[in-house]
Design a protein around this ligand. Structure first.
Ligand code: DSN
Length: 427
């Protein structure tokens, strides 16, 4: 796959090979990461990267779109099918710009957005004070309650008081199910639009393992590279009534030429997600997450909300007296990769928080199941017990290497045999 790179840029070839080896020789527990198929990687690395396609199929600003129009239509149609949405825009470069595009489509600068605080598991683009979203828009934020749960009564009260123009549902570090229906009702009651960010949940939504926001939200935003297991990218889904303004908000509103190589790879991943195998995969993500959370608690770890309903586990390290950052770094030396994270109402700053966020999408892609979750909980517990003991950490890292060698990174996932004919995709 890399022969040209090896020949013409050995330095980058070497770095990429080393990263491939790293990804293969560690337990990747960052819940927003995954492994994509070779088919997705081939599409990402294809000649489509050479093409400018500003505009949308049938309405481009450059000629030579005979194939790109078909590629984008295939991607849009597959997205509409698996998410059961009226309209899809597959051009956002990633989740942050997808979110900005959703707001840009529905409201004007200076109007009010209301999302979850970053510290409670929201996202920068949900109106964090350091994000452009709180500079362009007036931002107010709700939090989770003391137990780490979304409290819909509190959110409703805040919405009644603040009268936001957009209410944002969706999170990046919330281990429990989200009731998008209630968010939709609250938004309706206060005359707000409802934008739902399912960047983390989209694979689970497609698999029917988490409530879909599609019936309850004006616009749904997602990345394509987390549980959905596609290339790094973004996507927006909406009801027909918002389709024209949503498309305009993305292009020409805030982006130029779409990354057509990514759009092709998104299309491949959407086909992979439209299979029974993907449902089995998504079910196993949840089984693994539940098992890992139970075993971690048995090992004396406190978990925010005492468990998980999804692929995310948020560990509260206060009882262990280990700063999240130190734990994340020690785990990394032991070949176990998570990320330090705030816990709700954390007294420590985001740079030195009291939590660690982990998740199961990537290790599940490698075929690990419940027995491996027991091993991982044990390995993590031993790292916690051996902070500062580099000899012990090094021994654990060797055990991780052995474990990962039993679960090679897969190259292929199933794609449905009966695909639509490429030239029939506009029908
Ligand atoms: N950075 C992503 C995550 O890790 O959840 C959110 O955008």
């Amino acid at each position: 796959m890399y022969s040209a790179l090896e020949k013409y840029d050995p330095q980058l070839f070497e770095l990429i090979k080393q990263e491939e080896a790293r990804q293969s020789g560690v337990l990747r527990l960052i819940p927003s990461e995954n492994y994509v198929s070779q088919a997705v990687r081939m599409a990402t690395g294809s000649c489509l990267t050479n093409k400018y396609s500003e505009g949308y199929p049938g309405k481009r600003y450059y000629e030579g779109q005979q194939i790109t129009d078909l590629v984008e239509d295939v991607a849009r149609n597959r997205a509409k099918k698996i998410f059961k949405a009226d309209h899809a825009n597959v051009q956002p470069y990633s989740g942050s710009v997808a979110n900005l595009g959703a707001y840009n489509a529905l409201i004007k600068p200076g109007m009010k957005i209301m999302g979850l605080t970053l510290g409670s598991g929201g996202h920068l683009t949900h109106g964090s004070k350091v994000s452009i979203t709180s500079k362009f828009f007036k931002a107010v934020n709700y939090t989770v309650n003391e137990d780490g749960y979304l409290d819909y009564d509190v959110i409703r009260d805040m919405a009644r008081k603040e009268r936001p123009n957009i209410i944002i549902s969706g999170t990046t570090a919330y281990p429990r199910a989200i009731d998008f229906k209630i968010f939709g009702e609250i938004a309706k009651e206060v005359g707000a639009y409802h934008v739902s960010d399912i960047a983390h949940l989209s694979g689970l939504v497609v698999a029917g393992l988490h409530q879909s926001p599609i019936p309850y939200a004006d616009i749904v935003s997602t990345t394509t590279h987390k549980t959905l297991r596609g290339p790094r990218g973004g996507m927006l889904l909406c009801k027909e009534e918002h389709a024209v303004k949503l498309d305009k908000a993305i292009m020409p509103g805030q982006q130029g030429g779409p990354h057509m190589h990514t759009i092709a790879a998104i299309a491949v991943a959407l086909a992979e997600a439209d299979t029974k195998e993907f449902l089995v995969y998504a079910e196993q993500i949840l089984k693994n997450s539940k098992r890992l959370s139970e075993k971690l608690m048995e090992k004396g770890f406190d978990l925010v909300t005492g468990g998980t309903d999804n692929h995310i586990i948020l560990i509260d390290l206060r009882k262990k007296h280990i700063p999240g950052r130190d734990f994340a770094k020690a785990l990394d030396r032991a070949r176990i990769v998570g990320n330090f994270n705030t816990i709700p109402h954390d007294s420590a700053p985001p740079t030195k928080p009291n939590g660690l966020r982990i998740g199961t999408p990537a290790i599940t892609t490698r075929g690990m199941r419940e027995p491996e979750m027991d091993i991982i909980a044990d390995l993590m517990s031993r790292v916690a017990d051996n902070m500062g003991n580099e000899e012990a950490i090094s021994k654990i890292s060797q055990e991780v290497l052995l474990l990962t060698s039993r679960f090679p990174v897969p190259e292929h996932f199933t794609i449905p045999k009966k695909m639509e004919h490429p030239f029939g995709c506009n029908e």
